[in-house]
Ligand binder design. Structure first.
Ligand code: HXC
Length: 262
């Protein structure tokens, strides 16, 4: 496996997870077309690789997860160019179709497209130095990778409006309090903590992990009645897998389960 990309560093771990590091430190990991193409290509590679059951996404350097979409790449684009390229929709859609969990380990600034990328992940673990924001209004534009929609769903209309209209940043404590980040950990131990979380997820039945992810995602797309019905049917379907038999037998026999993903 080569895992060689211009804009990403990939590190695979034998516990069943991989760390994907956004690697444009000279631009605070600003997201350009090449980076989204690399990320989409890597997701294509690992989607069907059983040795990778969870991903961690983080930023290189000590300062930023990603300071936004690359302003220098966008500055001279015309409407026709943005429209024809359907700017960043491919990267966005590829991440939303990825069926394994992605944890955002936010190690600093997550601004604009960087905050949107973190919100595209399944959950966010923030370093106590993380700063979140949608400051596009300062540039005369607006969020364009789902930020206005996901931020509003996560933190509610009032805080989302406050953030997009004033461009103010949220620190890690406020992000956790508001439901944007699931946990805050000391900056120095961020990766250690997130690796433990990824290893834990990777140790579960990969089929159950996928089903759990799919159910929670459905909650944002359906009515309560439809969502509960979807959950019930998916729950029933898990009884078709060996992993359900193994998980329950292991509990009864007071031993650790050995999941095979079948
Ligand atoms: C391109 C960027 C960048 C960005 C930082 N850099 N953010 N380059 N695009 N989004 C570059 C700087 O130009 C500089 O390069 C280097 O990274 C270091 O940044 P500094 O500004 O010198 O660092 P600092 O003073 O510490 O300030 C950090 C910062 C600031 C507060 C994060 O960089 C900042 O405000 N960045 C822009 C944040 C932003 O507006 N994001 C939203 C983008 S629009 P040089 O070569 O000068 O040293 C967006 C739209 C999404 O995301 C939707 C798209 C479809």
């Amino acid at each position: 496996m080569t895992d060689t990309y211009d804009t990403l560093l990939i590190e695979r771990h034998e516990e069943g997870y991989a760390v994907v590091t956004l690697n444009r430190p000279e631009a605070l990991n600003a997201l350009n077309s090449a980076l989204f193409a690399d990320l989409a290509a890597f997701l294509d590679v690992v989607e069907h690789d059983d040795s990778v059951r969870c991903l961690i996404l983080t930023g290189s350097g000590d300062k930023a997860f990603a300071a936004g979409a690359d302003i220098k790449e966008m500055a001279d684009q015309s409407y026709a160019q943005m429209y024809k390229a359907n700017f960043f929709s491919h990267g966005h859609d590829r991440i939303t179709r990825f069926r394994k969990p992605i944890i955002a380990a936010v190690n600093g600034f997550a601004l604009g497209g960087g905050c949107e990328l973190a919100m595209l992940c399944d959950f966010i673990v923030a370093s106590d130095r993380a700063k979140f924001g949608q400051p596009e209004i300062n540039l005369g534009v607006a969020p364009g990778i789902g930020g206005s929609q996901r931020l509003t769903r996560l933190v509610g209309k009032s805080k989302a409006m406050d953030m997009v209209l004033t461009a103010r940043m949220m620190d890690a404590a406020e992000a956790e309090r508001s439901g944007l980040a699931s946990r805050v950990v000391p900056h120095e131990t961020l990766m250690e903590e997130v690796r433990k979380i990824a290893a834990k997820i990777a140790g579960h039945s990969p089929l159950a992990v996928m089903a759990n992810k799919e159910m929670v995602e459905a909650a944002l797309e359906t009515t309560l009645t439809q969502g509960v019905q979807f959950e019930r049917r998916l729950f029933h379907s898990l009884f078709a897998f060996d992993d359900q038999k193994e998980g329950m037998a292991a509990f009864v026999e007071k031993r650790k389960p050995v999941f095979t993903g079948r």
